[in-house]
Design a protein around this ligand. Structure first.
Ligand code: G3P
Ligand code: MG
Length: 250
């Protein structure tokens, strides 16, 4: 049995492709994952929420307009309707007809290709607990035979709390866009193994604080060479980027 994921054991690559392949393909679709993989990426971040009938699928926004031909709240439609949408035409003609993927489809793709996944739990507002619970339970089942589990992350403590209850064995990370005074306590209270911060928040002091609290340190969304180099010099554990075309994952 391998040691628990955290300070002494970190089985994830440093470079992580944001939403599959950043902006080069329609975000959070299988086409994006394939493109990120073609650029050498072996770990991906994606956003997961629930359909009205409780199926986990990939989408960033709470509403459908920006990245599909649907309308209104994504969490308000059943999967039978969401599965018919075109999530590619908004990006480019060559991706017309690209479907919204289920978490199950992405899990199969990652597992068959030996890729790692960071599942960002992105609940439709008002469904924080339910989304954390269902996503964690689904992930535990989908990855039950895998050597390396997916890393669950969220900006929503309620989602991480529900994920811990549903699948305590899956590693969790707290996402932070600012650093409240109790950021480390929040992460520790949720038994997180990592914090994923806006990259501008990391410096030698914040990194030392997180490490001192037994947490791994990841950064999003890093699209400039100077920013990536700064983080690498600091010794960051993970870099989430849109620029799969710029950064060769080491
Ligand atoms: O998980 C890191 C990053 O994806 C968080 O921000 O808005 O791109 O989901 P967002
Ligand atoms: Mg995200």
């Amino acid at each position: 049995m391998s040691p628990p994921i955290g300070t002494t054991h970190w089985p994830y690559p440093r470079w992580i492709a944001h939403r599959g392949a950043g902006k080069l393909a329609p975000e959070n679709t299988l086409a994006a994952f394939r493109l990120g993989a073609a650029h050498g990426y072996r770990m991906f971040e994606c956003d997961v929420k629930l359909s009205a009938d409780g199926l986990p699928f990939l989408l960033h926004d709470a509403t459908l307009e920006r990245t599909s031909n649907g309308r209104g709240s994504a969490g308000g439609l059943p999967w039978s309707a969401l599965s018919q949408l075109d999530a590619g035409s908004w990006h480019s003609r060559s991706h017309a007809g690209e479907p919204l993927p289920t978490l199950q489809a992405i899990a199969q793709y990652c597992l068959r290709n030996g890729h790692q996944l960071n599942i960002e739990i992105k609940p439709t507002p008002g469904t924080e607990g339910k989304t954390g619970e269902v996503v964690a339970r689904s992930a535990a089942q989908l990855w039950q035979a895998a050597t390396v589990p997916p890393l669950l992350s969220s900006f929503q403590p309620a989602s991480l709390e529900a994920a811990r209850t549903a699948a305590p064995q899956l590693p969790r990370a707290l996402l932070l866009d600012t650093l409240p005074p109790d950021w480390l306590q929040q992460a520790q209270a949720l038994d997180c193994v990592a914090v994923v911060c806006n990259h501008a928040l990391w410096d030698a002091a914040t990194l030392a604080q997180a490490r001192g609290a037994g947490l791994r340190c990841l950064a999003y969304t890093v699209n400039d060479e100077w920013a990536a180099q700064r983080l690498l010099d600091l010794g960051i554990d993970g870099i989430i980027t849109d620029r799969v075309d710029l950064f060769a994952p080491g």
